[in-house]
Design a protein. Sequence first.
Lengths: 483, 492
Amino acid sequence: MAYVIQGETGDWELVIGLEIHAQVTSKSKLFSGAATDFGAEPNTQVSLVDAAMPGMLPVINEKCVEQAVRTGLGLKAQINLTSVFARKNYFYADLPQGYQISQFEFPIVGEGEVILDMPDGSTRSVGIERLHLEQDAGKSMHDQHPSKSFIDLNRAGVCLMEIVSKPDMRSPEEAAAYVTKVRSILRYLGSCDGNMAEGSLRADANVSVRKAGEPYRTRAEIKNVNSIRFLQQAIEFEARRQIDVYEEGGTVVQETRLWDSVKGETRSMRSKEMAHDYRYFPDPDLLPLVLTQVFVDDIKATLPELPDEKKERFIKDYSLSTYDAGVLVAEQANADFFEAVAKGRDPKLACNWVMGDFAAAQNKQSRSIDNPVVTAANLGGLVDLIADNTISGRIAKEVFELMVETGKAPAEIVEEKGLKQVTDTGAIESAIDAVLAANPDKVADFKGGKDKLFGFFVGQVMKNTGGKANPALVNDILKAKLS
Amino acid sequence: MTKLTNLTMADARKALAAKEFTAVELVDAHIKQAEKAKPLNAFVTETFDLAREQAKASDVRIAKGEAGAMEGLPIGMKDLFCTEGVRTTACSKILSNFVPPYESTVSGNLKKAGAVTIGKTALDEFAMGSSNMTSAFGNVENPWKRKSDPSVKLVPGGSSGGSASAIASRSVMAATGTDTGGSIRQPAAFCGIVGIKPTYGRCSRWGVVAFASSLDQAGPMTRSVRDAAIMLGAMAGHDPKDSTSAPMPVPNFEAALTGDIRGLKVGIPKEYRPDGLSAEVQALWDNGIAMLKDAGATPVEISLPHTKYALATYYIIAPAECSSNLARYDGLRYGVRVEGKTLDEMYSKSRAAGFGKEVRRRILVGTYVLSAGYYDAYYAKAQKVRRLIADDFAKAFQTVDVILTPTAPSAAFGMGETDDNPVTMWLNDVFTIPTSMAGLPGLSLPGGLSADGLPLGLQLIGRPFDEETVLRVADVMEKAVGFNALPAFVEV
């Protein structure tokens, strides 16, 4: 069912387009050799070019170009073999050149597509309008001095990819799913670390509302959103605000609005008279960026399996549900971990363990997949012990706890603790005989029709064998003895 | 023996190798002359002590047989080239306190070749001007005088007027220039020297204060064609730090001076005879054509039909790029700052105090032509016309090997003789601008004297990266002209 917001004048539909600014993973900046490490001392990663000293010239970083092409391919997008860098002119203290080198008319990547995995297992397609390369600005710090602002140019000139979607999203959830999916693709590709808290992934939302069947109405752009949760909140707030404006007889103005996460609201960022005329023109310091098809093809050949393909394969090869496959592939490391556990084993059992007890233990300890509570090899070993009837599923949970605690291999734990499942029919038979002999009244009741007592006998047998008796054998022998 | 200050670099180099004098003596002689010529105001910053040190080092290298191509030769460095540890002003107040912590590629190349810089030469502020009267450090004077009235102070041309004046006054043997629309060639013509704007991309722009990036090009200014060939070889070369620098080998330009131009076709563009072109300049040009004919070349009339749009187009593209290039001078990180209550106020005050009138005019024009709603009508259209101008030349070069034109429509004018209309001043570059728009090499050499005793220049234009043919023809013309007049200022 389509997402709508009920207003006084009826139902309203949302129209959302997103601009994602993704910091390109590269050792040096887009047009200079300065380093890009996060968290360095202010103004320690600034070259003469970044500081816009007289006579300094930009030189394109090939690695950044490669990352943009790689990302474009990952977004199933058109790669433009010729693209042009343009200057976006405006004055600000953290913009040393007085212009940002960006791409305007001719971006490096054109139209593409992203498939969203919705929580209910359904999918939706969102169009990519373009991806272009641009320089980041520096950072203004207004809280360091009572009357002065300080400037940190470490970030100035760092390479960003601006990924612009088409206005194809219709709910805050879709917007969230879009950012999640794009981030997942970027991480698979290794072109951006996707860290929103450190600012290496930022999303601006273009939001408008309309009545069903109407053309697009005026949109507002929301900036300063640094988490997916806030993105959803900001879109919801902004949609509601616009509906209120319309329903009170007003008009929505096209403007940039800032998200205030403390107050949970968007507010107008700059007034109309401050509107910028960026005076874009092709940067005469740079020649058009011309790529060869071979360059693109070489990158294509090194693309990893991306989430959508991996998901398909997991469903096909491992017979996983769409939901399970979707969860597992969202992070490449998770998918790799799963595959290491599942390889040559029962995939459903492996999936249950990875997404069940293992995921729970990871969460409890706030671990990342790079630092798992148990290794994939050991978790696989545990699955093996279950599969070959060495231990039961119940004992396996106990073994898993001990694996987390001690880091030991499951076979070792089973050996040490004597948890090996009893499959010797003789031993099980005598344990059953002992239980039946100790409970003659219950045996009589059972035979008198109290079927439910079967479970009691099983429980007693398991208890007396320390849980090690093979449950299937216990069932079979007990049935035979009681009949 | 010829005075040390009247030697060409080619001759001085031989004499240094033959130990006829030392680099220290050569440099000292020029410093002495520069001190004498101080009233011309050709230098913004003198680096005499540094030069003497360098000359000593040159003598050591010469003694060891390790001399570079310009070892021990005293030159001037246009104050647009950033020089490590030496103030670099672009003749603007806004950079009056700027000492670069880096050396431009071209000045570094010259240093490596052994050239000794005795000072930073003056220019029009940010290279914007044709008279050297827009400098924040005072006007530069041309050492030449009118026969009719030697009391009139003449301009040296611009923007590389300080370099031209210093060379003509024998304060240096050569100097660097930069040329955006004629800034090497027009002052060379006004001061009776040789100047070549190489093909765009031949010399690195790294470390050269930018005016209009798609047009700016560094080149040598000298007193002979051979010297220009020597110096261009030392300046040029691919620089990975400049994305517009051409990845091409540097030929041995001196070897191109064979003296033989037989069979060459010389284009004579009919559009370069505008109404009102003085009879004197016309005659000079015809004389040049005759000399080339005598040397065995064939003059061919050619048409460059879009020439008439070049000036207007240039005054859209150059200001547009300048308006963006000069945005970095905001008083924040270096240069002059005037405090304000807000950031915007600080910008306004710093830039108003730091930039002169002509620079402000061009920033305003450039900002206007790039504005929303005007971009297509001005900048986008200008780029298209620029292409047509380049196509004119490309077509002409299918039939001719080199093109001959006058360099400037007149001889050097007197300070204050032009009216207040900046366009009159801009017209000075009418013959040089089309070459710049097309990125082609253009050389100016003295073609003779005006009736009033002032030098007049002839311009040779070549195919892209064919400076060799331009130099070869210029060398032949130079011999034919036999220009040996000296400015009033210079004693023989």
